[in-house]
Ligand binder design. Structure first.
Ligand SMILES: [Fe+2]
Length: 195
């Protein structure tokens, strides 16, 4: 019998974040828990099909596709909620140095990160570290699973699905949400993710 890991939802503090409503953040946490539930369901269903030697058909193919969406949705939300705290923290020298080495200045990088997050569509703006070259680069990820540079490590992830901001900022309020998000980044957590 094949058995994959069963995930448990993590807990996050979303009360008191600067400029981000508690109600909206709590609703977002509820959505996150759905990704954990659906990851577990997809894993269990796929494990069953594999165990029954029925994993070569369309049922298993569909679950495999969904698993990429649900698992990535779960993990990205954990990275996102885990890097926020009320009022944020000062930028660590280590990440400032690494960013400046690749981007010339902190402002050039942060402006580009915002622009990446402002791209049309649903997805994520993500700062990755290349584990081979070490450099830091911004990428756009569509949905939760499309566009991850293979093997790169997410360092800072910003949810820009409409559910992340529409309740408080409206459908045209992504920029205001992004500005509020920046005020709550715990840079010590972000920096610890760097190799
Ligand atoms: Fe989200």
């Amino acid at each position: 019998m094949v058995q994959f890991k069963e995930y448990t939802p993590q807990t996050f503090v979303v009360d008191g974040l600067a400029g981000l409503n508690k109600d909206m953040m709590e609703e977002h946490i509820t959505l996150y828990k759905g990704y954990v539930t659906n990851t577990n369901k997809a894993n269990a269903a796929l494990a069953q099909l594999i165990s029954d030697n029925k994993a070569d058909g369309p049922d298993a193919a569909e679950i495999r596709r969904r698993l990429g969406f649900e698992f990535s949705g779960m993990r990205l939300h954990e990275t996102y909620f885990g890097e926020m705290k009320p009022g944020g923290s000062p930028v660590d020298e280590k990440i400032k140095k690494a960013v400046t080495a690749a981007w010339g200045s902190w402002e050039t990088w942060s402006q580009d990160f915002v622009r990446t997050g402002m791209m049309r569509g649903i997805g994520w703006g993500i700062l990755y570290q290349d584990p081979v070259g070490g450099s830091l680069q911004n990428f756009w990820v569509s949905d939760h699973e499309n566009g991850h540079p293979a093997g790169f490590k997410p360092i800072l992830v910003m949810d820009v699905w409409e559910h992340a901001y529409i309740k408080q900022f409206g459908a045209t309020g992504r920029k205001s949400y992004v500005e509020a998000f920046f005020k709550n980044i715990d840079w010590s957590v972000v920096t610890k993710r760097m190799a």
